[in-house]
Design a protein around this ligand. Structure first.
Ligand SMILES: C[S@@+](CC[C@H](N)C(=O)[O-])C[C@H]1O[C@@H](n2cnc3c(N)ncnc32)[C@H](O)[C@@H]1O
Length: 306
């Protein structure tokens, strides 16, 4: 097989055409876009600059770097990990294989959170983002709700480091505090109640992970995916303890798989501590989020059995 680096006079245009065809033949998603993102990354330029320099021949070292990225992509490494960048809610964020790549689906959770905060009465609402990963949801909420004070937690130290870098890059370090720990255990014991809690927790059943696309099953962190035997292990723990950390009238918003929203709504109802939850559809019209308002007092015994 002839690869670009072995052949002279590879212009930007030829590199893009060859790689698009190569990715198509290997049935990779979005072959042209992937080729453009990887070449722009290797050349240290924007995608737009590829088109203005279409006839130029990049230096051999950059073509070699591009070639190695193409090979890794063909081995199913996600483009976002190869470039170290992902877009979420109009923000460019850093990502590494320590964090889930932010998904457009999660923008539904963020939109709901922003709406609830804008309609709320607290002048400086306190928000907790559990399982923050890259910090994408916490930062998008902070950016769009300028008076909100956000605490974002994750069990992974490496994820917290990525999220902190992102907070610095988007200029929100002053309003988003990151804490490492297991769900609510990351919080100090005397922490004040929150007006809103968001979570995009791991919710895939352990047994289903290996059947996912190799981009996910081989490259994204298991810790970010694995929701235990039925996918609801972490969600159950969040629902159980959220009442201890919510102010009366506060909100719990959780992203789930499309086929989990009913079960999750039932778990919320069983606590007797929330108004009837609402299920929110994502942009593709799939059930995606469960949103529930905290009543503030106990009206039924705790029961979290499935
Ligand atoms: C599905 S990812 C979501 C990341 C990010 N919020 C997003 O939407 O892209 C789930 C995150 O939960 C974290 N996590 C897993 N178990 C946890 C636990 N017990 N306590 C806190 N965080 C946990 C993982 O490290 C991972 O970053």
């Amino acid at each position: 097989m002839t690869t670009p680096v072995e052949t002279a006079n590879w212009t930007v245009g030829k590199l893009l055409a060859w790689t698009t065809d190569y990715f198509s033949r290997h049935e990779m998603d979005e072959p042209r876009l992937s080729a453009e993102l990887l070449l722009a990354h290797a050349l240290g330029c924007s995608r737009m600059a590829l088109y203005t320099g279409y006839e130029q021949t990049p230096p051999a070292a950059q073509v070699e770097m591009f070639r190695s990225l193409v090979k890794r992509r063909k081995d199913h490494e996600p483009v976002a990990y190869l470039t170290g960048k992902a877009w979420f809610y109009s923000m460019e964020l850093c990502v590494s294989s320590d964090v889930l790549i932010p998904r457009p689906d999660t923008e539904t959770l963020v939109e709901q959170a922003i709406t609830a905060l804008r309609n709320g009465s607290s002048p400086q609402p306190r928000v907790l983002d559990l399982c923050t990963g890259s910090g994408c949801a916490a930062l998008a909420i902070a950016k769009n709700c300028p008076t909100a004070q956000i605490v974002a937690t994750d069990i992974s130290n490496a994820a917290i480091a990525v999220a902190q870098t992102n907070a610095m890059h988007v200029g929100l370090s002053d309003r988003v505090v990151f804490r490492q720990g297991d769900l609510f255990d990351a919080l100090p014991p005397d922490d004040a109640p929150f007006d809103l809690i968001t979570a995009n927790p791991p919710y895939i059943s352990t047994g289903l992970i290996d059947a996912l696309a190799p981009e996910i099953s081989r490259h994204e962190p298991r810790l970010a995916l694995d929701g235990g035997d039925d996918g609801l292990q972490i969600i159950r723990r969040i629902i159980e303890r959220a009442p201890e950390h919510l102010a009366a009238g506060g909100w719990l918003l959780m992203e789930t798989a499309f086929d989990q929203t009913q079960q999750v709504s039932e778990l919320v109802m069983r606590t007797g501590r929330f108004e009837s939850p609402r299920v929110i559809l994502d942009a593709a019209r799939n059930p995606r989020c469960v949103v529930a308002q905290f009543i503030g007092s106990s009206t039924a015994p705790h029961s979290q059995g499935a």
